[in-house]
Design a protein around this ligand. Structure first.
Ligand SMILES: [Cu+2]
Length: 670
């Protein structure tokens, strides 16, 4: 196993974005840059074949003609029957069922060598990875894409319109994983292989199962995020690569892809999950609201210069869609003038209370509307959470041994600039809506629930084992990755220090020491909905992105956030080197979105030394063999215990290690 240099595209992207790690969770930067790299180098690795048979191409073209015909008819006959796209929770049960049935039909109807759904899903792959993402063509290409999807649905049932998934309604829930959106009558469960609901045991076009890892990292879109986007007037201010990360529409969109995880995590597999189209319809809804507020002509406000990828050029034909539209045509007013319009999504309690059975007044922000909860899967006992509340940690911005003054949280510091900080901004706004006259410090939160800790400690991790188009664990081998985790600042655990018969404020037994200071340091931004368990248990994810192969693998290990330093080993899979070149980019981040720095073992020296490295790992069959066919074999690499013999641990067999201190900028110079 050896280290490779980081490719220039990746390295440059990280360096450009390094300044944003206190603004947005760094795992979103990781997501953005890895996708950019994979998109720009897609020809270097295996691609699932695009359907090229006549039937499929003809059908896609006829769909395109249909859309243009519809537009033409509407324009000339002036019937102006714009279809109305609505939030999926505001549909009647009958409307929603029609939509879901139509989606199921798309999947069931064969076309050429595949089915209609997969034929459409494949359009998001290949060339479109680059020309439809990370640039000005992002909103336009996807506008056209979901319109094609909608036309395909209407071919099956003309009464169906594509609904959207306003993830703010889920953000406003204390725990978005409990949302009805993941119920059996909506999208089905988000834990692992989708095995309930209308899409249960669906296969992606490459044969892999549809899978999700809901809430592992990422975030639903916050109301403040949308307000940020809508506060701008020019596309250049909300689109990659020009926009400040706080206003970047694609960022907020990415966070939902990360939140859902599984199939939605990979750009090439994302449309396999119907959630994709509902999510993108919401992004289109937001973009439309933005367009209506523009002070310049939205049709010609197509930003383009040498910073944007060349494939985003305004006059280039949209890739893979067979509708012969140019990229800039996606900025046309025709879509919403002629074809569809959006019904306002309910935002405040007044707009949703008692009106829609799947919406209610939210529990996270007073006065804001949220999704209802679905019946809870009894994996964890609610009582146990509640009875633990005294042991719980609090998000404490100022606790320290040396400094007990209450300082207001500063903008560029603390645990959650991107989203948690807005908690403070949001409250004021909300108290206005909620017509109750309470002082700012009174019960704006439901305190009970604030201390009942909802963490992601009760779900495991599912991978597709998809590698170069084949989902098979035999194509992968496992490697150990060591995680060294430092206690993040802003935490306080329920293990109180008693000194001279008195309780000591603001510290716990683990933070009470002379050697480590947990406060006055710059820290990476974190997601606001992520909590550390009162037990200290926290997850650190390790992600593998194939560079010489098409495949992704994510797993985690559990660390103890109470301790100054806690160590653990994760097992992740990479391509089996027997199947030729196995080069992977490996990264690590915690469940709060903060990322860790890679270190590689320096062999040859006697000491167990690790030096900073790129995280790009080239696995070969050369000795020493530092991988195993399965988790058991790797375990044997690390630990040996014979009968009655001494127990040995072999750290030298761990090549890659991550140090998670969440302070230093995790990326080095190129
Ligand atoms: Cu996309």
């Amino acid at each position: 196993m050896t280290e490779n240099d980081m490719p220039e595209i990746l390295c440059k992207c990280f360096n450009e974005k390094a300044g944003s790690i206190t603004i947005i969770p760094a795992d979103l930067i990781l997501y953005k840059c890895v996708n950019k790299y994979l998109a720009e180098t897609w020809l270097e690795r295996y691609q699932s074949p695009r359907p090229i048979d006549h039937d499929t191409i003809n059908w896609l073209r006829s769909l395109g003609r249909k859309i243009r015909g519809q537009e033409y008819n509407i324009r000339t006959k002036r019937q102006a029957v714009r279809r109305i796209r609505r939030e999926i929770r505001t549909l009647t049960d009958a409307q929603r069922e029609r939509f879901i049935r139509a989606v199921q039909q798309l999947k069931a109807r064969r076309i050429g060598s595949t089915n209609r759904y997969d034929a459409l899903a494949s359009a998001h792959d290949g060339r479109a990875l680059g020309s439809a993402h990370s640039g000005p063509n992002f909103p336009s290409w996807h506008r056209e894409y979901i319109k094609l999807f909608e036309a395909a649905l209407q071919e099956i049932d003309n009464r169906v319109t594509l609904p959207f998934f306003d993830s703010r309604l889920d953000y406003n829930l204390f725990d978005p994983r409990e949302s009805n959106f993941w119920g059996d009558n909506f999208m089905g469960d988000h834990r692992g292989v989708v095995s309930s609901g209308p899409f249960r045991l669906w296969r992606q076009r490459n044969g892999a199962y549809l899978e999700r890892n809901g809430g592992a990292s990422g975030s639903m879109i916050s109301p403040r995020g949308i307000r940020n986007v809508l506060s701008r007037r020019r596309n250049i201010d909300i689109l990659t690569p020009w926009a400040n990360d706080r206003f970047d529409l694609e960022n907020y969109h990415n966070a939902v892809h990360v939140w859902v995880g599984g199939s939605m995590l990979g750009l090439n597999t994302a449309p396999s999950d119907p959630v994709f189209f509902l999510h993108h319809c919401f992004i289109d809804y937001v973009w439309e609201q933005f367009r209506q507020r523009q002070t310049v002509d939205p049709e010609s406000d197509y930003p383009f210069d040498q910073r944007a990828p060349p494939s985003h050029a305004p006059n280039r034909i949209m890739d893979n869609l067979e509708t012969r539209k140019r990229n800039i045509d996606g900025y046309s007013n025709d879509y919403t003038d002629q074809y569809y319009r959006y019904a306002r999504s309910p935002r405040t309690c007044r707009q949703c209370r008692n009106r829609f059975p799947y919406l209610k007044c939210g529990d996270w922000f007073r006065g804001l509307c949220s999704a209802t909860k679905r019946p809870r899967v009894p994996i964890i006992r609610k009582e146990s959470i509640i009875s633990n509340k005294d042991l719980g940690i609090k998000r404490n911005f100022t606790s320290t041994i040396t400094d007990k003054r209450k300082k207001p949280p500063r903008r560029r510091r603390s645990t959650g600039d991107w989203l948690a900080y807005e908690t403070f901004l949001e409250e004021k706004k909300v108290s206005k809506i909620g017509r109750t006259k309470r002082s700012l410090n009174s019960r704006r939160y439901n305190k009970e629930e604030r201390t009942s800790h909802i963490t992601d400690m009760d779900s495991s991790m599912q991978n597709s084992f998809l590698l170069d188009g084949e989902p098979d664990i035999k194509r992968w081998v496992f490697i150990p990755v060591k995680i060294v985790h430092r206690r993040p600042s802003g935490l306080l655990f329920g293990t109180k220090v008693i000194k001279n018969r008195n309780l000591v404020d603001g510290v716990d037994v683990y933070s009470y020491n002379k050697y480590m200071n947990y406060t006055d340091e710059e820290q990476q931004a974190a997601y606001s909905h992520s909590f550390t368990s009162g037990s200290g248990a926290d997850k650190v994810y390790v992600q593998v992105d194939g560079m010489s192969y098409n495949g992704k693998y994510v797993d985690y290990t559990i660390v103890d956030s109470r301790l100054p330093v806690s160590e653990s080993v994760a097992f992740v899979a990479v391509k089996d080197p027997k199947l030729n070149s196995s080069i992977s980019f490996i990264s690590a981040y915690d469940s709060h979105g903060r990322i860790c720095r890679p270190y590689c073992h320096s062999y040859g020296s006697n000491s167990n030394q690790y030096r900073k490295c790129s995280g790009v790992v080239n696995l070969t069959e050369e000795k020493p063999k530092l991988y195993g066919e399965d988790v058991g074999e790797v375990t044997q690499l690390l630990y040996k215990s014979g009968k009655g013999k001494a127990f040995t641990r072999r750290d030298e067999n761990i090549f890659l290690s991550f140090y998670c201190d969440f302070h230093e900028i995790p990326w080095g110079k190129c």
